[in-house]
Design a protein around this ligand. Structure first.
Ligand code: ZN
Length: 411
């Protein structure tokens, strides 16, 4: 029954052309897919999965069928029984390749409970009931804002930029940075106050905010030495989004993280973040709920932002994968997905699926994919991605040139 499903299925994926995406000849996604790419087009994200707004498609008996549809019709075959039961007949994760030439908006994603509530009251802006923990793995490097900096760093930064400290006001400053030792919890509470005061003032004193932003910009522009990464981000964002953008000052409170190739960050719900530059593999729970906090012209929900944010200082750590033979495993931090990178040099490798759906993407090399005790074979190469239905116990990959694959499974 349904023999056409008992095989790895090659995926046809959607490229998203958001404005911050890289453009040829430097764009990563066209290089990965082996296409030329149009010169002034932004290649921002490749979506691999079953999100309703851009599901991948599979070729079933010469028809392109959306993966969402296929899962809807054959949930237990495609997802595997356990995944189908656990995640209500839906693919729990969305897998992406992301290529940022410029900063994305500062954003956070609500927790499950918050998402459920937001979805009930505002379906248009919060299309999912789900949370959206995400993991970003650098393919070459990644620069990102991720979580709040420490209380002491924030204090130092605010004093370093008198435009920000005078905007906050001298009286507020002594309340925000009291002269006494604070526990980690108190520091996080204090960060909440600092951020909320800042955002509150941008809303209640917009004229003063714009003047302060412009004064800082003028001073930085007249500076002789090179701008720091944060200062460049401030100046670029001011040019793009104008002096009313709420993120312009708050970006000074967030932590800047730089990842080397293969390093990763895991972003839990409610952590503010913005990817600034780099090519990454990204995986997230299947959701598109975004609460924006600046550096954008899109819809911003300041009130929700204030209630959902996690103010823990230094909450995001840089993760290196654990190596097991030729596999580099990233830690599991959410029930929806786990990611590993596999390096195949010359030996075949059998991959066991534990009868749960998985998706793999080849980012380097080529080889042969076989299944059904090697009765069926197919050539595979860089840029291709496959879903392996839960009905299939295992598959084998034999490299013909050194291969690198990213594999996403359900833990
Ligand atoms: Zn995000």
């Amino acid at each position: 029954m349904y023999d056409f499903l008992k095989k790895p299925l090659c995926l046809h994926n959607t490229v998203q052309h958001y404005k911050w995406g890289s453009t040829p000849p430097d764009a990563y996604i066209p290089q990965l897919l082996g296409i030329d790419g149009e010169k002034s087009t932004n290649y921002a994200e490749l979506w691999i999965g079953a999100h309703p707004s851009a599901p991948s498609k599979v070729n079933i008996e010469d028809n392109l069928v959306s993966l969402t549809n296929l899962i809807y019709r054959f949930p237990k075959f495609i997802l595997g029984k356990r995944v189908a039961d656990q995640f209500n007949n839906k693919l729990p994760f969305l897998f992406k390749v992301l290529s940022a030439a410029e900063a994305l908006s500062i954003q956070t994603h609500p927790s499950k409970g918050q998402a459920d509530l937001l979805h009930k009251t505002d379906r248009h802006h919060y299309p999912d009931k789900n949370h959206k923990p995400e993991m970003a793995i650098a393919l070459d490097s990644l620069t990102a804002l991720a979580g709040f900096a420490t209380y002491f760093q924030c204090h130092k930064t605010i004093l370093q930029y008198p435009e920000i400290s005078s905007f906050l006001g001298q009286d507020a400053l002594s309340d925000l940075f009291p002269h006494r030792k604070l526990s980690r919890k108190q520091q996080s509470e204090q960060l909440r106050q600092i951020y909320q005061t800042l955002i509150h003032l941008t809303q209640t004193k917009p004229g003063l905010y714009q003047r302060s932003v412009n004064t800082l910009a003028k001073r930085l522009q007249s500076k002789q030495h090179r701008h720091s990464l944060r200062e460049s981000l401030f100046l670029d964002s001011l040019e793009k989004y104008g002096s009313t953008d709420v993120g312009l000052f708050s970006l000074f409170l967030l932590r800047i993280i730089t990842l080397k190739a293969s390093e990763a960050i895991a972003i839990s719900p409610c952590i503010p973040h913005a990817y600034i530059k780099g090519n990454i593999i990204e995986c997230m729970a299947n959701s598109d709920n975004v609460v924006r906090a600046g550096l954008t012209k899109k819809f911003q929900d300041i009130r929700t932002l204030m209630t959902v944010l996690d103010y823990t200082p230094n909450s995001v750590r840089v993760i290196s994968p654990t190596r097991v033979n030729n596999t580099y495993e990233y830690p599991v931090f959410t029930p929806e997905f786990k990611i590993s990178r596999v390096e195949l040099i010359d030996n075949s490798q059998i991959f066991n699926t534990a009868n749960k759906i998985e998706i793999f993407l080849i980012i380097n090399g080529d080889g042969i994919l076989s299944w059904n005790f090697n009765e069926n074979k197919e050539k595979i190469s860089k840029g291709q991605s496959f879903i392996v239905p839960g009905i299939l116990d295992n598959y084998t990959v034999t490299p013909r040139s050194p291969m690198t694959m990213f594999r996403v499974q359900v833990p």
